[in-house]
Design a protein around this ligand. Structure first.
Ligand code: NDP
Ligand code: HSE
Length: 448
């Protein structure tokens, strides 16, 4: 393999891997801002080649002479100093990044899926070669959140990171609330606007947010956390009825990523991604469209909030370009930025140990004593009730399932262990008076 040509007088040369939603914007910025970038970096930066899958795709503003379908050949070229990976997915992105790092090139990537699956291998390769691996764009689009965790707050002790980290699902949920628009129609629009992943299942099933949560938790708690360590629930089961119920409680539904340090004698990390009801007065409730927001809580700094565009080509390209300037400056100075910090090796706590509040909606037989049976099921598992409301009364009332003689019970619990709530739901399902457990949703945000 050929090492990087590091003669000081020549321009730094960039290989761009991928020219889709994000890559096309990066290519334009690199070309149009070349003079300013030279001033900021202290050396000219040139776009040397762009790897794509299809050569015949329309790419307005992109020089066709730069395009290649041989990404591996591009990252192995001796004149390439900096590699920007915006292909996405695991392979060939992993092989391309490792090849680039092993020959000493610095890498900027937006690939959260790969970092959350095999970040350790990438960081080890960067460390071994004494080069940079930067990934600001991998979490929350344009919002600077990786650098604050990796550098600005690294002298503090972070106790929690919580927020909205997926633009597509926030866009969908927001439109379900504000415009009553259906799920699939809004997902199509999110795809057209360039917010969604190539396979939007990653967004709506929570995989993308889980990958981001793993990256955030790894940085915040100096531990190696992978996507598979994150408890994950998506938004595909959130119905218009859930949205209406939340609104009746003066709340909204958001897909949240919550990473916390537990209070155990040997602190563990708890990481979860799921839809939750939050009060309309909570700052996260007003995060609309494809915007993201992340709260960080630390021992010395207290509470910090980061907010901004969470998806889309141009905002994400801004984060990529910030990293590109940083790694280029490092290269000019012969330096490298921070590597992986996983010394604390915290264990991941199981979801059953998580303590939070729950909103449970039931269809029950409208008969004497049903409330007592339901309350007993909660008490049996040590789950205390905060609110109980009955909707639909009388022997001829029609419940939400359409059956005569049923009523709807809405229950909000006090803080309860997830395992205890799950056991309660099992018991409720076995009760003859309970026709259906319509929905179970966590309630967050009181403590923000
Ligand atoms: P796109 O699907 O729009 O673009 C992917 C690009 O990669 C395309 O140019 C495609 O080529 C190219 N490509 C795919 N396979 C190969 C291959 N085998 N060899 C060479 N090139 C290939 O993705 P996005 O731009 O939306 O996302 C890119 C990355 O950025 C992903 O990791 C994503 O998670 C991340 N990201 C995306 C954000 C967004 O809002 N879109 C925000 C933050 C991060 P072709 O053009 O020929 O199809
Ligand atoms: N699909 C991702 C989202 C892109 O919707 O948040 C930004 O990471």
């Amino acid at each position: 393999m050929t090492a990087v040509d590091d003669r000081p007088e020549r321009p730094l040369r960039v290989a761009l891997l991928g020219c889709g939603t994000v890559g096309a914007e990066v290519a334009k910025l690199l070309t149009h801002s070349a003079d300013d970038l030279e001033q900021r970096i202290g050396r000219r930066v040139e776009l040397a080649g762009i790897a794509v899958r299809r050569l015949n795709r329309e790419r307005p503003g992109i020089d066709p002479a730069l395009l290649t379908t041989d990404a591996l050949e591009l990252v192995q070229r001796p004149d390439i100093d900096l590699v920007v990976e915006v292909i996405g997915g695991i392979e060939p992105a992993r092989t391309l990044i490792l090849t680039a790092l092993e020959r000493g090139a610095a890498v900027v990537t937006a690939n959260k899926a790969l970092l959350a699956e095999d970040g350790a291998t990438l960081f080890a390769a960067a460390e071994a070669a004494g080069t940079d691996l930067y990934f600001e764009a991998a979490v929350a689009g344009a919002i600077p959140i990786i650098r604050p965790l990796r550098e600005s707050l690294v002298g503090d002790e972070i106790t929690s990171v919580m927020g909205i980290v997926n633009g597509t699902t926030n866009f969908i949920l927001d439109r379900m609330h504000t415009e009553g628009v259906g799920f699939s129609e809004t997902l199509t629009l999110a795809q057209e606007l360039g917010y969604a992943e190539a396979d939007p299942t990653a967004d709506v099933e929570g995989f993308d947010a889980a990958a981001k949560a793993a990256i955030l938790a790894s940085l915040a708690f100096h531990s190696r956390v992978r996507a598979e360590d994150v408890h994950r629930e998506g938004i595909t089961e959130v119905t218009r009825a859930d949205v209406a119920t939340a609104e009746a409680m003066d709340s909204v539904i958001k897909l949240l990523a919550i990473c916390t340090l537990t209070d155990d004698p040997e602190p563990r990390v708890s990481i979860r991604v799921h839809p939750a009801m939050i009060p309309s007065s909570h700052p996260l409730a007003s995060v609309g469209g494809a915007y993201n927001a992340v709260f960080v809580e630390s021992r010395s700094a207290g509470r910090l909030m980061f907010y901004g565009p969470g998806a889309g080509g141009s905002p994400t390209a801004s984060a990529v370009m910030g990293d590109l300037v940083t790694v280029a400056r490092n290269r000019v100075r012969g330096a490298a930025g921070p590597g992986e910090s996983s010394y604390a090796q915290r264990q991941v706590a199981p979801i059953g140990d998580v303590v939070t509040r729950y909103h449970v909606s039931l269809s029950v037989a409208d008969v004497t004593g049903v409330l007592a049976s339901v309350a007993h099921a909660f008490a049996e598992h040590g789950v205390s009730l905060q609110i109980v409301r009955q909707e639909g009364v009388g022997p001829n009332a029609t419940g939400p399932t359409g059956d005569a003689g049923s009523a709807r019970l809405v229950i909000v619990t006090h803080d309860a262990r997830d395992a205890d709530l799950s056991a309660t739901v099992e018991t409720l399902r076995s009760l003859p008076e309970v026709h259906e457990v319509i929905s179970v949703m966590r309630v967050e945000g009181d403590r923000a």
